[in-house]
Design a protein around this ligand. Structure first.
Ligand SMILES: NC(=O)c1ccc[n+]([C@@H]2O[C@H](COP(=O)([O-])OP(=O)(O)OC[C@H]3O[C@@H](n4cnc5c(N)ncnc54)[C@H](OP(=O)(O)O)[C@@H]3O)[C@@H](O)[C@H]2O)c1
Length: 306
């Protein structure tokens, strides 16, 4: 099978296409013929020696990537059979090995891909919406009618978070640059804040829930907009001061087939859609990383295997 291996932690020149034996499956696993892979900031961070690098550094061969959509070609699990179209976040946090045209996945990390969406749209809708889903249902609990502030609403996590929050019935206030204002409003946000023109804390008030995917500093600034007893969930760490002052917690998304089934249902019902900024061929994985590293991606970046 073809795969992209990481020679060493560093720049995109460390990503190298290689021919490897097709892996075998154990109990409870399926072999997926991958059609599309989505690229997250953690892919680029890990490649550069941060992110999950510490966890992977002892592995003999490192294959990055965690988000896939494809076709089941072998299964030892009663959950899926050959020919099923599936998508999911594989072994996160861990060694996903998803930059390949065949990936071994625990069946319990997957869900059936809705028929009304493409493999590109499905691959995109894995780590990013799961992060929003787990923020709103596990780390915190977002309730109908609550006011939620979603930072970086045009990004991978953010654009799904806006849609999921609206589905829950929350009132959504979303931040982005002015270029992404119409996009963010088209996702269902009730209010938009141009974070470049205004300090968000001077505009947003009485917030029940903040989802911050920007930075620990941005989270600290967000404290002042929270109602007493409000919740702040951050994907990028929190300062000690923030932790002391509010019901604030950091989060780490986890592979979870059950959560993926909720995502699949929302996609099927048209409650959730994937925005894809650009699709790259497999041989241009490095270019895909460079685009993600700009921090300016609208929605998601996807790589296809053929
Ligand atoms: N801990 C976890 O479990 C977990 C899970 C998922 C992601 N993350 C982390 O969360 C971060 C976001 O992930 P992602 O996939 O959503 O990234 P992304 O898709 O690369 O985010 C890009 C978006 O960020 C927006 N942005 C940048 N700076 C901003 C600011 N100061 N205020 C508002 N928007 C801003 C940009 O919008 P404009 O161009 O309009 O500015 C752009 O659309 C990454 O650091 C990622 O590693 C962590």
């Amino acid at each position: 099978m073809k795969a992209i291996i990481l020679n060493d932690f560093g720049g995109v020149e460390q990503l190298r296409q290689a021919e490897l034996p097709r892996p075998g499956i154990k109990d409870g696993e399926v072999l997926v013929r991958v059609k599309a892979i989505s690229i997250n900031p953690v892919d680029a961070k890990t490649r550069a020696g941060k992110g999950l690098a510490e966890m992977l550094k002892e592995e003999k061969i490192i294959i990055l990537g965690w988000d896939i959509s494809g076709l089941v070609t072998e299964s030892t699990s009663p959950l899926f059979t050959e020919g099923d179209e599936v998508f999911g976040l594989i072994h996160f946090p861990g060694h996903g090995k998803c930059y390949a045209d065949y990936v071994v996945a625990p069946a319990e990390h997957l869900a059936l891909k809705p028929e009304n969406i493409t493999h590109e749209q499905a691959a995109a809708a894995t780590l990013a919406p799961l992060t929003a889903w787990q923020a709103f249902s596990d780390y915190g609990r977002l309730r109908p009618g609550q006011r939620v502030l979603i930072h970086a609403a045009a990004g991978g996590v953010g654009h799904y978070a806006v849609q999921i929050a609206r589905h829950i019935g929350a009132y959504v206030i979303a931040t982005s640059s002015p270029e992404n204002k119409d996009f963010v409003l088209s996702l269902g946000a009730n209010e938009h804040i141009d974070y470049k023109a205004q300090r968000f804390e001077e505009v947003a008030k009485d917030i029940d829930f903040v989802l911050d995917t920007v930075s620990a500093e941005n989270s600290e600034r967000s404290l002042s907009v929270l109602k007493k007893g409000g919740t702040l969930i951050s994907t990028n760490g929190l300062s000690d001061a923030t932790k002391e002052k509010a019901k604030a917690s950091g989060m780490f998304v986890q592979s979870a087939g059950e959560d993926m089934q909720h995502i699949a249902q929302l996609l099927e019902e048209g409650e959730l859609r994937s925005e894809i900024m650009k699709v790259f061929p497999f041989a241009q994985m490095g270019e895909a990383h460079l685009l993600v590293e700009t921090g300016r991606v609208r929605g998601k970046v996807v790589v296809v295997t053929e």
